[in-house]
Design a protein around this ligand. Structure first.
Ligand SMILES: *[C@@H]1O[C@H](CO)[C@@H](O)[C@H](O)[C@H]1NC(C)=O
Ligand SMILES: *[C@@H]1O[C@H](CO)[C@@H](O)[C@H](O)[C@H]1NC(C)=O
Ligand SMILES: *[C@@H]1O[C@H](CO)[C@@H](O)[C@H](O)[C@H]1NC(C)=O
Ligand SMILES: *[C@@H]1O[C@H](CO)[C@@H](O)[C@H](O)[C@H]1NC(C)=O
Ligand SMILES: *[C@@H]1O[C@H](CO)[C@@H](O)[C@H](O)[C@H]1NC(C)=O
Ligand SMILES: *[C@@H]1O[C@H](CO)[C@@H](O)[C@H](O)[C@H]1NC(C)=O
Ligand SMILES: *[C@@H]1O[C@H](CO)[C@@H](O)[C@H](O)[C@H]1NC(C)=O
Length: 826
């Protein structure tokens, strides 16, 4: 028997918990030179990982890979629209369990940055605002409006209290070292006039009153009320200075790549330029860099922002959409982090001096009181390489648009333009067993809408999201018109002015046509229609494709046919304006209401299996069972052949698709000149002339071992003939390593290096996939690498002349500097 009553045990346990929490409380303070964590000056590398953009099952691996990549912290926004989809009805289940996400971060030994917003932008639907909020009478979002401020405070307080209860703030022993209120408000503040200034002061006070025990930040807020620390977002933030000279210089969003919209090419930002931006920031006194994104992930369901954000939110982040290492970016940044960390104590303490060498070459020296030095040598000229003579500290070759990090100011430990990390070329692999799909189909039932029957009527053309609360992309607008004189109206023009994003029209149940906005805004739809004598029914289907997420008053951007006008123009320009007709409305599709995406059989729903599935038919549901590809590699579904719609696996939405939208054929190149300021869309694009997104992520946790069900809702017409499930694997891996640096090769997902396809130590030329031997090479080039790597998951060694058995003695000029190029398969 226990000697003590159970209540005493609880008492002791509670005491122990309280004790351990306070015992490990972390003190976070700061001054102009750094964050000071438990008395220690720190430089912090952090990365954005948005918990709803992956699955709970993916979180530990993503966080571990972030840690392995040299990060100290993980950052995430909080997504109000997901957590409070209906006012005062909260959801923190599944991948919305942000507490669990932050606990996993803590378990991994990392810090966290909590960006509450609660406006988040993030290329997320409506910037993270729930629609009920927008639809509240009298509300004005993001300004000095009592209704809005009240809701913002209630949500913020809820999130803070949940974090406090879980002891997530550093002050409680948790991982969160910084928290953010609002988001990039300074960018658009002037549009809100004086009310904007009052609002941002209120935000600061409201946040401070939350009493979280760690500093608050406001990004892009040049007039941040003290003690809020203003921070910088952008592709480069080296010239940024916080408004308070006592605030540390922090880069809350280093845009490591860029987002993609439907119809756009896939953007990339080079590893070299990404590293350049980070190194320049630390050279100029920065102390915290947060990558936006470190893992971009997937916009599942209808969470993609707009207009027109793609389902993939890969962002060219160091971890790809599926959580694989995006190489060489991941590895190059890892080496950069390690190099900068060598100078952590000196950068955050020492005095800084800059020496100008002309033509945009600058040496920045940090000197500690104990005399230790740490240097950044930068060449910001975008075309001219430099050779810099630092006298007793050495001679350095400094490529254009690069920064060299000099440990002790005399030893090159890293150059942003010299990439030694491996390149991984990911490929999609088909698994024949899962690729024989048999399709069942069912048309979207339109009997009601073709007859103008909706759920309610009003003499007005209503704004779409205010009516739908965004529970669906689709809204039917229906009206009828009584025609007397067919000589005027037998061949009339139907003209619809819509605010977007797509429009489909029917007259008397006959399909008239379809049009979508090229850029996601308003457009006019015009088409000849034949009207009959008597009553004619006009049916319009409007669809949104992600609500706007950015810009001053973006929440007021209208969607749908809002106000129209909708007109019929007959002979002699006789015009009937239907805008104030009696309009009937129906929100969403019948198939959505019947949950056709759900694999459970539904009453009154019979999928057609005995007739061939239709091709090119709009508003059609398709269903197929499939066997998941075996193994653990990430799974994608290839939707080539389909048009536009949404896809579900086992009832869970994997997002919208728009496979038929082909990107421009120009503006891509095989090579990417990293030099010069990165501007999205202007360089380093890929995927020209292809569907902007062809493959869609199916997280492993959505899949079952035996039977799985894929359902597609096809809006504009397509052919599912070639839909197939594939896995994403590492195909070819390559590395080009300078003599004196480390060769590291690894396959992902437990695979081993099976073959060395090319290896040359000398002066090889070309790139991954097209390496060629140079004018000289070591005879052992191939065998040395084979011996070290084949059959292993990863391998590594220092690339030296000794390792390749090259005699070190008098040699030809071009043999003085050697490098190794390797191409292998996993
Ligand atoms: C820098 O380091 C010295 C010696 O370790 C210490 O006395 C001084 O307080 C530090 N300065 C700052 C700004 O932390
Ligand atoms: C870069 O160097 C070139 C060659 O010296 C020079 O002509 C050019 O003006 C420099 N660029 C900038 C932006 O200073
Ligand atoms: C057709 O005639 C009816 C009855 O006179 C009238 O109400 C209606 O407005 C007319 N339609 C048009 C398009 O003029
Ligand atoms: C309707 O009128 C337009 C313009 O006159 C003409 O091009 C079109 O062929 C006509 N359509 C029908 C069905 O008569
Ligand atoms: C779209 O809206 C803009 C701005 O409100 C307006 O200038 C333009 O004329 C509109 N275009 C169409 C096709 O309605
Ligand atoms: C109809 O209106 C358009 C534009 O308003 C004009 O260009 C056209 O000449 C008109 N046609 C007739 C027959 O009045
Ligand atoms: C399916 O693939 C076959 C073979 O590549 C091709 O001929 C056919 O056009 C494809 N069908 C569609 C709908 O893309």
């Amino acid at each position: 028997m226990f000697p003590m009553g159970s209540s005493s045990w609880v008492g002791i346990a509670l005491f122990f918990l309280a004790f351990t929490a306070s015992c490990f409380a972390t003190e976070v303070t700061y001054d102009a030179r750094s964050l000071i964590i438990n008395g220690e000056r720190r430089v912090i590398f952090s990365g954005a990982v948005h918990y709803p953009r992956s699955t709970v099952q993916m979180w530990p691996d993503i966080i571990q890979k972030a840690k392995d990549g040299g990060l100290d912290a993980i950052e995430s926004y909080v997504f109000w629209d997901r957590h409070e989809p209906v006012r005062r009805e909260y959801d923190f289940s599944g991948n919305l369990d942000f507490i669990k996400f932050f606990q996993i971060i803590q378990e991994a030994g990392l810090y966290a940055i909590l960006r509450i917003g609660p406006y988040v932008c993030a290329e997320w639907n409506f910037g993270g605002f729930p629609l009920w909020l927008h639809n509240m009478p009298g509300i004005e979002l993001r300004t000095d409006n009592p209704i809005y401020k009240n809701e913002m405070q209630i949500f913020t307080t809820k999130i803070v209290n949940m974090a406090k209860e879980a002891k997530l703030f550093a002050s409680q022993g948790g991982p969160i070292i910084l928290a953010q209120i609002e988001n990039e408000y300074g960018n658009i503040m002037t549009d809100y006039g004086e009310a904007g200034k009052t609002y941002i002061k209120w935000c600061a006070q409201m946040a401070l009153a939350q009493n979280i025990g760690v500093p608050w930040i406001m990004c892009q807020q040049h007039d941040a009320p003290q003690p809020m620390i203003n921070t910088c977002n952008g592709h480069y933030c080296d010239s940024f200075q916080p408004n308070n000279p006592k605030s540390p210089k922090m880069f809350t969003e280093n845009w490591i790549g860029w987002f993609q919209k439907w119809g756009e090419r896939v953007p990339h930002r080079s590893a070299e330029d990404s590293a350049f931006s980070v190194a320049r920031f630390f050279q100029n006194g920065g102390i915290l860099n947060n990558y936006y994104m470190y893992h971009g992930g997937t916009n599942f369901g209808r969470t993609a922002g707009g207009p027109y954000m793609t389902t993939s939110y890969e962002y060219d982040a160091p971890l790809d959409e599926y959580g694989n290492l995006n190489q060489p970016k991941w590895g190059h940044l890892k080496q950069l982090h390690a190099a900068i960390k060598l100078g952590e104590k000196i950068i955050t303490n020492g005095t800084r001096t800059d020496k100008d060498f002309g033509n945009e070459v600058t040496l920045t020296t940090y000197t500690h009181t104990n005399g230790e030095r740490f240097c950044f040598l930068s060449n910001t000229n975008d075309s001219k390489d430099a050779n810099v003579d630092l006298q007793q500290d050495g001679n350095y070759f400094l490529p254009a648009w690069s920064v060299t990090i000099l440990d002790g100011c005399n030893k090159e430990v890293f150059n942003t333009a010299k990439v030694n990390s491996q390149t991984s070329i990911m490929v999609k692999k088909s698994d024949d067993a899962s690729n024989k799909l048999t399709w069942a189909w069912i048309p979207e039932k339109k009997k009601d809408t073709m007859h103008g029957k909706g759920n309610f009527k009003v003499n007005q053309l209503l704004e779409q999201k205010e009516l739908t609360f965004d529970v669906s992309d689709y809204l039917w607008y229906m009206t009828s018109v009584d025609i007397n004189d067919t000589s005027i109206w037998s061949n009339a023009t139907l003209r619809v002015n819509t605010r977007g994003h797509t429009l489909r029209a029917y007259v008397n149940g006959r399909h008239v046509g379809y049009k979508f906005s090229q850029w996601g805004g308003n457009f006019t739809y015009e088409k000849y229609v034949s009207l009959k004598k008597g009553l004619n029914v006009i049916t319009l289907l409007s669809a949104t494709v992600g609500l706007p997420n950015y810009g001053a008053k973006f929440d007021k951007i209208k969607t749908g046919i809002a106000g129209g006008p909708v007109q019929l123009i007959g002979n002699n320009n006789e015009t009937i304006d239907l805008s104030t007709n009696l309009w009937s409305y129906k929100i969403g599709l019948n198939g959505e209401k019947k949950r056709l995406y759900d694999p459970q059989p539904r009453i009154g729903v019979s999928w057609r299996t005995n007739s061939p599935y239709p091709i090119g038919r709009s508003l059609t549901w398709y269903k197929a069972d499939f066997v998941a590809p075996s193994g653990n590699d990430p799974v994608v579904v290839d939707l080539l052949g389909l048009g536009k719609g949404e896809a579900w696996v086992n009832g869970q939405s994997i997002g919208r698709y728009w496979t038929s939208w082909i990107t421009a054929t120009n503006g891509c190149s095989d090579t990417c000149d990293y030099r010069g300021k990165y501007v999205p869309a202007q360089k380093c694009n890929t995927n020209c002339g292809n569907p902007s997104q062809r493959w869609y992520h199916v997280p492993r946790s959505f899949l079952k071992n035996d039977k799985n069900t894929l359902v597609l809702f096809e809006e504009i017409g397509g052919n599912p003939q070639n839909v197939s499930f594939q896995t994403v694997i590492t195909g070819t891996i390559c590395a080009q390593v300078q003599e004196g640096a480390l060769l590291e090769l690894s396959c992902q997902g437990g695979k081993t290096i099976s073959q060395i396809q090319f290896s040359s130590f000398g002066n090889p030329t070309g790139n991954c996939g097209s390496f060629k031997k140079g004018t000289w090479e070591a005879t052992d080039g191939q065998s040395v690498v084979e011996a070290a790597c084949v059959g292993r998951n990863s391998c590594g060694f220092m690339v030296t002349k000794e390792a390749f058995g090259v005699a070190i003695g008098p040699m030809n000029v071009d043999e003085r500097v050697a490098r190794l190029a390797v191409q292998a398969t996993c």
